[in-house]
Design a protein around this ligand. Structure first.
Ligand code: AMP
Length: 304
């Protein structure tokens, strides 16, 4: 196995220089976490070139370098201190068992690690798997899960195409990542238990958390402001002042809604932040409670 040091390219080594180096954030260079991660960083206002996908991108408006590395290597990079921060999947952190500080969940890459068997298998529950073979790319997590369940299985580690293992006769069941479940169905499999829920997370190097706390917090605040805003909308409406109480009960918002008197006597404007998922059910109720001229606006960032 190569170490991070051996894998480090001249491009990255050259950045090592002396003195305090720029903060480094490692993000996936391939796979399903790449696009949503880049979108989050750009929405947070970080300006960098990503098209070349070279190993390192210099952020122009912040003292930060972005390292594009394999999703599987991110935890090692952050653990070794090659990067101060990293974006990875919760499942991968659980699998390595690394004790990295987890700064936050990022709101994408949601999936679950599930145990599944062929559709025609007589197996109904985890206990029914006792004495059988389970193929998985997450052997440590699977072993922990079955040990906790008190079920003795033979875990077969494989690195890809886990879902074909039962058909190849490699195992009687699998533990694999599932999001919609359509890959399982396509492969003639049915889930029998959830092993772990996962989403993309921001992790940090333990030393950096102490020594570069201010910088880490600045990045974390930038990201959290975007994540918080993504699930919310800004509502503006006019209403007769005497309907304020009814409207306020419909609009919990972040705090209380803002109420602004209008030039037209007896009329007010109300501004409120609401959950994006609630907007469509709220609109008819707001109208019924006297609101008119309702505007629904996107929010770029929320810093509580
Ligand atoms: P990838 O690089 O595309 O193999 O995906 C890496 C990570 O994406 C996984 O370790 C998960 O954290 C996350 N992910 C989210 N949804 C899925 C899914 N349906 N299948 C596999 N990985 C997923």
């Amino acid at each position: 196995m190569t170490t991070v040091g051996e894998r480090r390219s001249p491009e990255l080594t050259a950045l090592d220089g002396t003195g305090s180096r720029r903060l480094r954030l490692a993000i996936p260079n391939k796979g399903r976490l790449v696009e949503p991660t880049i979108e989050l960083l750009k929405d947070a206002g970080l300006v960098f070139e990503d098209h070349a996908r070279s190993l390192v991108a210099r952020v122009r408006n912040f003292d930060l370098d972005i390292l594009f590395v394999r999703t599987n290597d991110i935890i090692e990079f952050v653990g070794d201190g090659v990067a101060d921060l990293g974006v990875t999947g919760q499942d991968l952190l659980a699998e390595t068992g690394a004790e990295l500080p987890r700064l936050r969940s990022l709101g994408y890459g949601q999936c679950r690690l599930a145990a599944a068997v062929p559709t025609d298998s007589p197996v109904q529950s985890v206990a029914d798997l006792a004495g059988t073979r389970v193929a998985t790319a997450h052997p440590n997590t699977a072993r922990r899960f079955f040990a906790n369940a008190g079920v003795d299985v033979d875990v077969i580690p494989i690195s890809g195409a886990v879902e074909v293992a039962p058909r190849l006769g490699l195992a009687e069941s699998i533990v694999d990542l599932v999001s919609t479940g359509s890959t399982l169905v396509m492969n003639g499999l049915r889930p029998i238990a959830d092993v772990l829920a996962s989403e993309a997370i921001l992790v940090a190097n333990p030393t950096a958390v102490v020594e570069r706390a201010g910088e880490l917090e600045a990045i974390d605040t930038m990201l959290s402001a975007v994540i918080a805003a993504r699930g919310r909308k800004y509502l503006m409406m006019n209403a007769p002042a005497e309907r304020l109480h009814d409207l306020e009960t419909l609009l919990p918002g972040l705090e209380s809604p803002s109420v602004i008197p209008l030039a037209h006597a007896g009329m007010i404007a109300i501004h409120a932040v609401v959950g994006a998922d609630d907007v469509w059910s709220l609109l008819p109720r707001l109208k019924a409670a006297g609101a008119s001229g309702i505007l629904v606006l996107p929010i770029e960032k929320i810093v509580p």
